[in-house]
Design a protein around this ligand. Structure first.
Ligand SMILES: Nc1ncnc2c1ncn2[C@@H]1O[C@H](COP(=O)(O)OP(=O)(O)OP(=O)(O)O)[C@@H](O)[C@H]1O
Ligand SMILES: [Mg+2]
Length: 513
């Protein structure tokens, strides 16, 4: 029954929920905005993940801005990956303008400025609270990815992690990584080959060269201690608003490997750190990843499998992942199949491939008796989208052409002054300001090498027969040192590091200091 009454009935039935929800806009049918049946998203299904897709300039970033601030208002913390640097405006209330007025008149909704509590985070030279991770936490899989290693070289990295784990060598920063690699191919080669198998000097050489490359991209800023405590992302302010965390990544957008690996590391950390929850009325944290195609670009099969597993499992921890990208085909099918919330902005058909992609994108949405989906996708205006979400029973809601609300925070960037002011307000920045430099692999190995030389000297002096006790005394020494003890716990890594070993990681809060 494709008439207006039938349409309104369908939308009202589909988008009315028992629990709390967020209103994102009003339905459109036959070019008319229908004000009596808002399009809502139930809070309880935000951990069922989402997709925001659409051609450039169609409104993806503003949509994520709007969702993020509404979630924050409901006491849910959010984490935004600001790749283009166009999300900083979320830190200040917006100002009305004729365009916003017109839009909200059409919607029949009052537009109100929204003040968010924002925290700017940084992994690079961008100003903001410093996020770091140790090489150990990063794990062999991600490290191989960031270094763009082949299988043989990745094998060498796995060996390095195994050796460091067994010998309680804390891999904190890039210096530790480099030192341990050098040790593996020089002084420690015999010892390691005896216990672990061949060490390819060529691989080690290639890895060392790639380390220089990522250092040039600024990776040394990111590796080290104190590593970022995931609990700091999930905070409520005194007004009950969830924290709006914005990771400023605009200066790493030209370095996809660094950026995407960072993103995966963060996800793995969040996954490993957050406790298991049952069904919840609202999520704990929702993560919005703009330019999500970068995560999947050039990903190995192994990595893709791990991402897929993580997307499946992280849901039960109350974490929702929202992927923002131009075309749904940027996301692997296995991941796409896990996304309950789908919001499709306009796609443009310039080429034959575009038309194929649009056809495929349309198939991604529930069949509608009210819309010709494939055609409509190309006709949507800016800030309009085709929407389907999961209802509280986990069933997809009917597809609805939605005119979206305008964000209540500023739709433009902050000035340098405003940015600085927001950063100065941070209550956690100080905790991460200064890099720690405690004893780690590089120092321990340096000592060991010295010992080796000394004992060699002694054996040569006393007795020409080589002794075989050094490695044991070294291990004993490492275990008995204070670093050795604290590090045992830290060397168990997050999902992307040791998924296969099924290791669980202690909450870092308890183990770091
Ligand atoms: N919900 C909305 N309300 C009001 N204006 C909007 C809305 N969505 C988009 N716009 C307008 O469209 C412009 C482009 O939106 P936006 O930056 O979100 O596009 P995008 O899809 O993220 O583009 P890109 O792919 O280039 O990043 C905004 O600057 C704003 O003027
Ligand atoms: Mg954008």
């Amino acid at each position: 029954m494709a008439d207006k009454t039938g349409f309104i009935q369908t939308i009202q039935n589909g988008y009315t929920f028992k629990g709390d929800s967020i209103t994102i806009g009003m339905p459109v049918w036959n070019e008319e905005v229908i004000q009596e049946s808002p399009v809502r998203v139930p809070l309880s299904t935000f951990n069922r993940h989402g997709l925001i897709a659409g051609a450039t300039g169609t409104g993806k970033t503003k949509t994520l801005q709007g969702l993020a601030e509404q979630l924050s208002k409901k006491g849910v913390s959010v984490l935004l990956m600001d790749i283009k640097g166009d999300l900083s405006g979320i830190a200040v209330p917006g100002e009305s303008n004729p365009k916003i007025e017109d839009r909200h008149k059409l919607l029949g909704l009052k537009w109100e400025p929204i003040e968010n509590n924002a925290e700017f985070l940084s992994i690079s030279d961008e100003p903001g609270t410093r996020m770091r991770a140790t090489v150990s936490e990063f794990g062999p899989v991600l490290l191989s990815r960031i270094l763009e290693l082949n299988d043989v070289q990745s094998g060498t990295i796995s060996l390095l992690f195994k050796y460091s784990d067994d010998n309680k060598l804390p891999l904190l920063d890039i210096t530790d990584l480099r030192k341990t690699l050098q040790y593996m191919s020089q002084e420690g080669k015999d010892e390691i080959e005896k216990n672990y198998g061949l060490v390819s000097t060529t691989s080690v050489g290639a890895i060392l060269r790639n380390i220089i490359r990522i250092e040039e991209q600024g990776a040394s800023k990111f590796f080290g201690e104190p590593s970022f405590d995931i609990d700091d992302l999930i905070r409520l302010d005194n007004q009950g608003r969830g924290m709006v965390n914005v990771v400023r990544l605009s200066d790493v957008q030209g370095k996809p490997q660094l950026f995407s690996t960072f993103m995966l590391c963060l996800l793995a950390e969040i996954y490993a750190t957050m406790p298991e929850r049952g069904d919840m009325d609202a999520p704990e944290l929702v993560i919005f990843m703009d330019e999500a195609h970068l995560i999947f670009k050039d990903a190995t099969k192994e990595l893709l499998n791990q991402i897929e597993t993580m997307v499946k499992l992280i849901r039960s921890k109350g974490v929702g992942l929202f992927f923002i990208t131009q075309n749904p085909s940027d996301i692997p099918d296995e991941v796409l199949g896990q996304l309950g919330f789908k919001l499709q902005h306009a796609l443009r058909a310039f080429t034959a491939k575009d038309r194929k992609d649009i056809e495929k994108a349309a198939e991604n949405y529930p069949i509608s008796e009210y819309y010709d989906t494939e055609n409509l996708i190309t006709q949507l205006g800016i800030g309009e989208a085709l929407v389907t979400v999961l209802n509280e029973k986990g069933v997809p809601t009917p597809l609805v052409h939605t005119m979206l609300c305008a964000p209540g925070s500023r739709m433009d960037v902050l000035t340098a002054d405003e940015l600085e002011k927001t950063i100065r307000k941070s209550t956690i920045a100080q905790k991460y300001e200064n890099e720690l430099d405690r004893e780690s692999a590089s120092e321990i190995l340096a000592k060991k090498i010295e010992e080796l030389h000394q004992s060699q000297q002694e054996t040569e002096d006393e007795n020409p027969k080589p002794g075989g006790r050094e490695e044991k005394s070294f291990v004993e020494k490492a275990i008995s040192s204070s670093v050795g003890r604290t590090v045992v716990r830290e060397l168990t890594r997050g999902l992307l590091g040791v998924l296969g070993l099924n290791s669980t990681r202690k909450r870092r809060k308890n183990s770091l200091f």
